[in-house]
Design a protein around this ligand. Structure first.
Ligand SMILES: [Zn+2]
Ligand SMILES: [Zn+2]
Length: 363
């Protein structure tokens, strides 16, 4: 088997050529920008495409702790998330739960370098305005919610780790095909004798095989005690993946995977199984299908470690924690929100009053 070249992260310095200040990635572009003097620098696109890594080889070397690179990590004691910040910072709270992270607790850890990422398309300003619109559009929100929720230090751009898997899938199966047909039956009802159509199913045995390429099975590689990226915003256009370059991380927080490659692979097999079953059902045809046995084989498996952009805000309101998430590529939003007891209480009183008045006048 051919050994693969292990990708490494060569460039770490991101200082402004003009004034020496730190450069940060400018969302929606392929540039770094200096916040002080406005200097901009292109992020060179090293490869036109990125490598898919051959899985078997990696599972073997990762088992022996042969990581490809080390990074600085802060481990959240409250929720378990591992976070990496590319540039200098004064203070930092956990992106997921707000727990203060202490710079002195930085640990060096190995990781499989990401192969690709989707750069942030929305900047913080845009993310904040999406959230602001949402807050002002929700009913029965406490008046001072906006102030609590829009505190600038509460919103973070986070690159969330995912594993993606590709493979050739082959499955042979034994099952049954069911075709519906209808029988007319005469039934006695209150209104006399009527005819009714009754659905029946004719079963016949079916067997065969399906094959195809399974592309980009996406497995969230971040395992936390309490939170997950809501599934309704977890859709990214994977065509916009670019080869990994740490310059894209500047100005954002990056999370290190806490689901191992092995575990991620295990989960991806469950998804591949579902895909195989869908293909088999289509192959059997008819109206309904039964699968008695399916023998599923994956070959030429490859994987990528990818980073996908999400804005997260955790805000406290009246002692309770609330969260909202915005997809950093598409702007899709998902959030939990507090209700104002008094606003709802007054509305209920108002409705009762209206009902009383109507009933008095209608007598
Ligand atoms: Zn500068
Ligand atoms: Zn945390």
């Amino acid at each position: 088997m051919q050994e693969q070249a292990i990708p490494t992260n060569s460039e770490h310095k991101k200082a402004c050529a003009n004034c020496g200040a730190e450069l940060k990635f400018k969302p929606g572009s392929h540039q770094l920008k200096c916040e002080y003097c406005g200097y901009e620098e292109f992020i060179e696109q090293t490869k036109s495409s990125f490598e898919e890594l051959e899985l078997e080889h990696y599972i073997k070397i990762v088992g022996e702790n042969a990581y490809t690179e080390t990074i600085d990590l802060l481990h959240c004691k409250n929720c378990g998330a591992n976070q990496h910040v590319e540039e200098n910072y004064k203070s930092l709270g956990c992106v997921y739960c707000g727990e203060p992270l202490i710079k002195e607790d930085i640990e060096k850890e190995g990781w499989i370098l990401p192969g690709a990422l989707i750069p942030f398309q929305l900047d913080t300003k845009k993310a904040r305005s999406i959230f602001k619109n949402w807050v002002s559009g929700i009913w029965f929100a406490p008046n001072n919610l906006k102030r609590a929720a829009l505190a600038p230090e509460g919103l973070h751009g986070l690159y969330v780790p995912y594993w993606t898997f590709d493979a050739n899938l082959f499955a042979s199966y034994v099952g049954q095909r069911g075709d519906h047909y209808y029988e007319t039956r005469r039934v006695r009802t209150k209104n006399g004798v009527q005819t009714q159509q009754v659905q029946k199913t004719r079963w016949s045995s079916a067997s065969g095989s399906v094959k195809g390429f399974v592309d980009d099975i996406l497995i969230n590689a971040s395992q936390k005690k309490r939170r997950d990226i809501p599934s309704n915003i977890a859709f990214w256009n994977m065509k916009e993946l670019v080869a990994f370059n740490s310059k894209y991380l500047s100005g954002f927080v990056t999370e290190k995977y806490t689901v191992s490659l092995k575990e991620g692979h295990h989960r991806s097999f469950q998804e591949a199984k579902e895909i195989a079953h869908n293909w088999i059902r289509k192959d059997i045809g008819g109206d309904v299908q039964r699968i008695h046995h399916a023998d599923i084989k994956l070959t030429d498996e490859t994987f990528k470690h990818v980073l996908l952009p999400v804005y997260i805000s955790s805000y406290r309101f009246n002692g309770k924690e609330y969260h909202f998430y915005i997809n950093g590529q598409t702007g899709a939003l998902s959030g939990t929100r507090p209700y104002s007891f008094w606003k709802i209480f007054l509305l209920v009183l108002f409705i009762i009053a209206v009902i009383c008045i109507i009933s008095i006048f209608s007598k």
